[in-house]
Design a protein around this ligand. Structure first.
Ligand SMILES: Cc1ncc(COP(=O)(O)O)c(C=O)c1O
Length: 387
């Protein structure tokens, strides 16, 4: 890229297959006049995703947030739920929408996922469940979390919004816990414009989830629960089927970009990448860096300088969820309870990563970050020499 580039580079750009490949799907919808309510594309996408992800049961949703809200309803969760402050705000909002009290626990300094020791310390007689997040698609310590859940008889609902396609040594990361919730929002590695899903272990649970996402209807004149409208439309489901044909290629390109960033940023003092969670298959959904004190610019100064170059990195996750007004008065939201998450929120910057990002753009972004480090370092050395 030349220095005169003025087109902005955003943190992400949705993957869109060629438009003409989508037209036949639309023609089918127009012919069948089935627009929603579990139509043929909806059914096909549920099966195709089970096959692709290697999971047994999956219920599609209109978005990941409604899926989270419904997952809590499906397991009849009440009281207190232990969760992470280091996530997108929908994680905790799903608890508030169910009248559940979020209890924030701190994260692990290497992966930035919930720290199992801190989960255990946060359990009270009111605790009924744990809602961890596989942040950036890096798996949580699923074994330790399950052990705690078993010991204290708690449910585990994973917010797996970032974890499409991620696998550990035993298979899909989505098989862990009682339920896992995916988001297919436009910004995610696999998108249906808007969309989401709940992955569940058995047909009985899927049936309850399917009832809850359809107002609680079980027949023309029978309603068994105060459900919601969480159904995915046929257009979104059809788009998902088309996306699935391209997703391997999109994931492969993300892997290349991730590797290139790592190579280019390797020697840059003060820049560190969070550790992965030991995944066997990663999805490279995000490229977070932590801007430490040895880097000559603060995280916010780096964010601003990149913006001056039309590079829109994002501070995911800053502010912490626990700092938002509807959460900050909770005792668990106090900064002293969350030192690791608080420090990460001050240091993190997610760099652009998406399949259409060019090598030259990756080189430009990493080059600027490296060059500012070098310029400031040499200015400091000169100042010291002449002092
Ligand atoms: C961690 C996390 N949880 C939940 C959501 C909500 O998903 P959706 O936008 O599909 O409602 C998102 C992203 O959007 C997310 O990043």
């Amino acid at each position: 890229m030349t220095a005169s580039r003025t087109d902005p580079i955003y943190v992400t750009q949705p993957y869109l297959p060629p438009l003409d490949e989508f037209i036949p799907y639309l023609e089918e919808i127009w012919a069948s006049k089935t627009l929603t309510n579990g139509g043929p594309f909806h059914q096909q996408l549920e099966q195709a995703l089970c096959d692709y992800l290697g999971v047994k049961h999956l219920a599609l949703f209109t978005n990941g947030t409604i899926a989270l809200v419904t997952a809590l309803q499906a397991l009849r969760i009440t009281g207190e739920v232990i969760t992470t402050p280091y996530s997108f705000v929908a994680t905790s909002h799903s608890l508030l929408w169910n009248g559940i009290k979020p209890v924030f626990a701190d994260v692990d300094p290497l992966t930035l996922n919930l720290d199992p020791a801190r989960i255990e310390a946060a359990i009270t007689p009111q605790t009924t469940a744990i809602m961890p997040v596989h942040v950036y698609g890096h798996p949580c310590d699923v074994e330790a979390i399950q052990t705690i859940a078993d010991n204290y008889n708690l449910k585990v609902i994973y917010d797996a919004a970032h974890a499409f396609g991620v696998e550990d040594a035993g298979g899909s990361i989505l098989r862990h816990g009682d339920l896992s919730v995916l988001s297919f929002h436009a910004t995610k590695v696999f998108n249906t414009f808007e969309g989401g899903a709940i992955v569940c272990p058995d047909a009985k649970t899927k049936l309850r989830i399917d009832q809850l996402k359809n107002f609680g209807h079980v027949g023309e004149v029978t309603v068994v629960a105060s459900g919601i409208n969480g159904k995915m439309s046929e257009v979104n489901a059809a788009f998902g089927l088309l996306q699935l044909k391209h997703v391997d290629q999109a994931l492969a390109r993300r892997e290349e970009i991730d590797a290139r960033y790592r190579e280019l940023l390797k020697g840059t003092r003060g820049i560190r990448c969070p550790e992965d969670g030991g995944e066997r298959v990663a999805n490279h959904a995000y490229f977070p860096i932590l801007v430490g004190p040895e880097y000559p610019l603060s995280r916010d100064a780096l964010y601003q300088k990149l913006r001056d170059h039309h590079i829109h990195a994002r501070r995911y996750f800053y502010p912490l969820i626990s700092d938002f007004p509807m959460y900050r008065n909770l005792p668990s939201a106090h900064r002293d309870n969350l030192p690791v998450a608080s420090a990460a929120a001050q240091q993190v910057l997610c760099l652009p990563i998406y399949p259409a990002l060019q090598d030259a753009q990756v080189e430009e972004i990493a080059g600027l970050i490296g060059a500012w480090a070098a310029t400031r370092a040499s200015a400091k050395a000169m100042a010291e020499a002449f002092a």
